[in-house]
Design a binder for this molecule. Sequence first.
Ligand code: FAD
Length: 284
Amino acid sequence: MINVEQYDRPDTLKEALELLAKEGAVALAGGTSMSLAKNPSWNSIVDLSDIEEIQTIEEDDEFITIGAMVTMTEIFRHPGNMPCSISAAARAVSSTPIRNMTTVGGSLARSVYWNDLPVALLSLGASVGLASAHERRRISIDELYTSHPSKVLKSGEIITDVKVELGKYKTNFIKLARTHVDYALLNVCASLEVKGNVIANARISVGGAVNMARLVIPAGELLSGQQYSDDLFIKAGETAAESIEYRSDFRVNREYQKAVTAKLVTRSLRDAWNNCECNETDGE
Ligand SMILES: Cc1cc2nc3c(=O)[nH]c(=O)nc-3n(C[C@H](O)[C@H](O)[C@H](O)COP(=O)(O)OP(=O)(O)OC[C@H]3O[C@@H](n4cnc5c(N)ncnc54)[C@H](O)[C@@H]3O)c2cc1C
């Protein structure tokens, strides 16, 4: 933050949005990546830490709404109906100090290959609340992730919350990393909307092996409208492995990325179908 001359810590969202409307202003959330940032065009920091209205987790019969300033630790400690893949993704983030600081809004907006939470939110078809001094709007996470979120957010606009429909999907999240605190080699989340023995809709997302969390649409389409069968889950894993544009990763080669994607997509689908616990894995 080399040219920053102003620091504000407003109490209300309205005040924060007015400050963010000024040229060169930038939002500060958990600070886990902002503390290393060197963008010379930023001249003022708007710290979102004191804004209570974006720090809550609220649920009703249909939806859970998670404020942008909720941390990863607060997500997996939430005593209510947090979808298990969201809890697992939050728990999978690095170490306790990082989980205590990293926020929902920061994870979504930063959006680098290792961000765990966006993978779960994409699979669950979350919607994202956005606000600027001029407008409030809600978009699907698919729209936020059509390209990097920084290109989708308008000037002065911030993420205020994410909203997820409760009970719609059987869901499962798996993170593969070399150690518990390492960045993901691969994240997978499978969410299945099941009607009787039929998969009405399937949303499969990946992270870690790609530049930014993304849906694997061909694998989801293969399953949607089909009767359950394990062979179909194996085929969906193979389809996912073939349809991903992998990032190069000094830790693993392309053959490994493909093989492990096929295997973990299939496993995540099986575990979602069988309502299994979400787990980290060592790839075995
Ligand atoms: C050592 C280390 C290991 C990590 N490991 C992991 C990991 O394994 N998995 C993982 O998912 N993450 C991990 N992280 C965290 C991740 O890299 C990012 O730093 C984090 O997601 C940023 O969240 P934050 O709340 O700290 O945001 P900040 O650092 O405060 O902000 C990040 C960016 O998001 C913008 N922003 C923040 N909030 C909003 C908002 N509400 N609306 C719009 N824009 C906003 C900021 O302006 C900034 O550009 C790790 C971080 C560190 C330091």
